[in-house]
Ligand binder design. Structure first.
Ligand SMILES: C[S@@+](CC[C@H](N)C(=O)[O-])C[C@H]1O[C@@H](n2cnc3c(N)ncnc32)[C@H](O)[C@@H]1O
Length: 267
């Protein structure tokens, strides 16, 4: 409830608290078992074959599958790509290894997350820069692909971010985007996206896939919170990890939020 009030009424305060929260997370001395911070995706329950993963990636299967599901909609060959809000860099590393773009820059406003990424993901062509989604410093028409995964809900002004996405994309470039919104805000969100003037190639409600992934990944998520978070803060972080604050083993939900994927292209 408080969360919802902050999201809707005080977006700048929400953004500040988000920054404090992510800097706190990065200060926890998390290890390589935390490379992603999204709710995950699965379509195994719909009868699809799970993607094949390297042994080291298997631990991160569900959050990694969210990246895979979004990324597979564009051709990454020779692409120069930008990820806005790359977090702890797990998605960036996976996409570099799996889809092999020419270059990939991850940007995040958490300085500690950027330091972590620089020291943990050393792949030729992959780099990380500190920056704000609403004030991207790249020149016009720099990127073939811009990717954004479960982060724009924290931006106080989504239009500013979308304006930068359109500006930094080359003509023909793709915006691959996934996030969630409270049910009553979904129509407004769709309208905002249509208004930026990119061609909508695909939109998909993946809420059920995200909930199924949370269920399959539940034990790992509880374990991570119990391992890294001091007992006094655990309730808050169970919630952050997509679990019910008081009963992390109970029914899962996204607090009446819907999770969507959008694939858009600049004319
Ligand atoms: C839920 S995490 C997702 C991280 C990553 N995309 C993933 O899926 O693992 C949200 C990320 O958005 C970043 N973030 C929030 N507001 C931002 C802003 N205004 N500019 C840049 N990054 C921001 C946070 O620091 C955090 O790393």
């Amino acid at each position: 409830m408080l969360n919802k009030l902050l999201f809707h009424r005080f977006p700048n305060l929400k953004s500040l608290l988000t920054r404090v929260q992510y800097e706190f997370i990065s200060a926890l001395n998390l290890k390589r078992d935390v490379l992603f911070m999204n709710f995950g995706y699965t379509d195994h329950h719909e009868g699809r074959e799970p993607i094949r993963l390297d042994v080291d990636d298997e631990l991160h299967r569900y959050p990694l599958q969210l990246y895979h599901h979004v990324a597979r909609h564009a051709d990454w060959t020779n692409a120069n790509a930008l990820e806005v809000s790359s977090g702890r860099g797990g998605g960036a590393s996976y996409i570099m290894r799996r889809f092999k773009p020419r270059s990939y820059v991850g940007v995040d406003f958490s300085t500690r997350a950027i330091e972590f990424c620089r020291s943990h993901h050393k792949i030729e062509g992959l780099s990380f820069e500190h920056g704000n989604a609403e004030d991207l410093k790249f020149p016009d028409e720099t990127f073939d692909i811009v990717l954004n995964v479960e982060a724009s809900l924290y931006y106080p002004n989504l239009d500013k971010f979308l304006g930068h996405v359109k500006r930094v994309l080359k003509p023909g470039g793709y915006f691959l985007y996934t996030d969630l919104r409270y049910e009553e805000k979904v129509d407004e969100w769709h309208k905002q996206l249509k208004d930026i003037g990119l061609k909508l190639i695909k939109e998909e409600d993946i809420t059920d896939n995200v909930l199924a992934a949370l269920e399959m990944d539940r034990a790992r998520r509880i374990h991570l919170v119990d391992t890294y978070i001091p007992a006094i803060l655990r309730e808050q972080f169970y919630h952050f990890a997509g679990l019910k604050a008081n009963t992390p083993g109970g029914n899962l939900h996204l607090e009446h939020r819907r999770y969507w994927v959008f694939v858009m292209q600049k004319a």
